[in-house]
Ligand binder design. Structure first.
Ligand code: PTJ
Length: 258
């Protein structure tokens, strides 16, 4: 059944509805798992409470994440159904701007068909090589039970920095035990992924990726390796999460005062 939704720019929730439609379109195309719609709803709720904008602490985390990705020997961008539906083009742009990175598909609710469709979607945006899709090349991350344990021996397995937006928990801990640095994007500042990653960007992925690209371009032009190292060393992920929780609290207080 096809349906036609009219979204008007003057609708107070226009942008949010637009993002929601991207997810639904991705679901109808077979890119997004049914559970991905629920995950999006959870994200939307936090986004609403945060004011649907990039907070100062998210901006700091974005800046440090771009430094870490630039200094990485071999960074991998791990993508799932939701990330594909929301920002396939921007993720390809980030991959191009980093030059030494690769993109790997890693699905929690794995099906061969969804993997194929996601892979085709990335190829539409010019990506020629996608990791994580050749069963002969997959290895298992130790002590992880979910489908996410299967990673590419030429990708996540070999990477020093792994970017895992919209993740669901255990894999971050497992990757850290493998001495990898983990960067995530998660609107829930209290999720296991948010609490265990080296850098957590608490913001909507649709706002985050363009800003990382912008910072990568800026740092390439103006920052030395020492500058980038200094940024990373002075960053404290828990401080950022604490500041985000303060923002959540103060927004609620200000709404109730008015
Ligand atoms: O495509 P698959 O099979 O790999 O499955 C992907 C999902 C996202 C369904 C799977 O990883 C999952 O179930 O994730 P969780 O456990 O629901 O966690 C996803 C996290 O991402 C939650 O903390 C959400 O708040 C957050 N989130 C959802 N949408 C966004 C988001 N964070 C940033 N930007 C969003 N647009």
């Amino acid at each position: 059944m096809t349906r036609k939704i009219e979204l008007h720019e003057n609708h107070p929730r226009y942008l949010s509805l637009l993002i929601r439609e991207k997810l639904v379109t991705g679901f109808n195309k077979g890119l997004v798992a049914p559970e991905g719609l629920i995950a999006h709803g959870r994200g939307e709720c936090f986004d609403y409470l945060l004011g649907e904008c990039t907070t100062e602490s998210a901006r700091d985390a974005i800046n440090v994440a771009s430094a870490m990705l630039l200094l990485a020997r071999y960074p991998i961008i791990s993508v799932n159904g939701n990330v594909t539906a929301l920002c396939v083009e921007q993720v390809c742009g980030l991959n191009r701007s980093l030059e030494n990175s690769s993109i790997e598909i890693n699905l929690f609710y794995y099906t061969k068909e969804r993997e194929r469709l996601i892979s085709e979607e990335f190829k539409k945006y010019g990506l020629t090589e996608l990791l994580g899709v050749d069963p002969k090349n997959l290895v298992s991350i130790p002590e992880l039970e979910s489908n996410r344990r299967l990673v590419d021996r030429d990708g996540i397995s070999k990477a020093d920095v792994v970017f895992v937006p919209l993740e669901d928990g255990d894999r971050t801990t497992a990757l850290k035990q493998m001495n990898k640095k983990v960067i995530t994007v998660d609107l829930n500042p209290l999720s296991r992924t948010a609490l265990t990653s080296d850098i957590t960007i608490v913001d909507n992925i649709v706002r985050v990726i363009p800003q990382i690209i912008e910072r990568v371009i800026y740092h390439k032009k103006y920052s030395s390796e020492d500058d980038l190292n200094e940024l990373i060393e002075s960053f404290n992920n828990f401080d950022g999460l604490r500041k985000t929780l303060e923002v959540l609290k103060s927004k609620q207080v200000s709404v109730l005062k008015n």
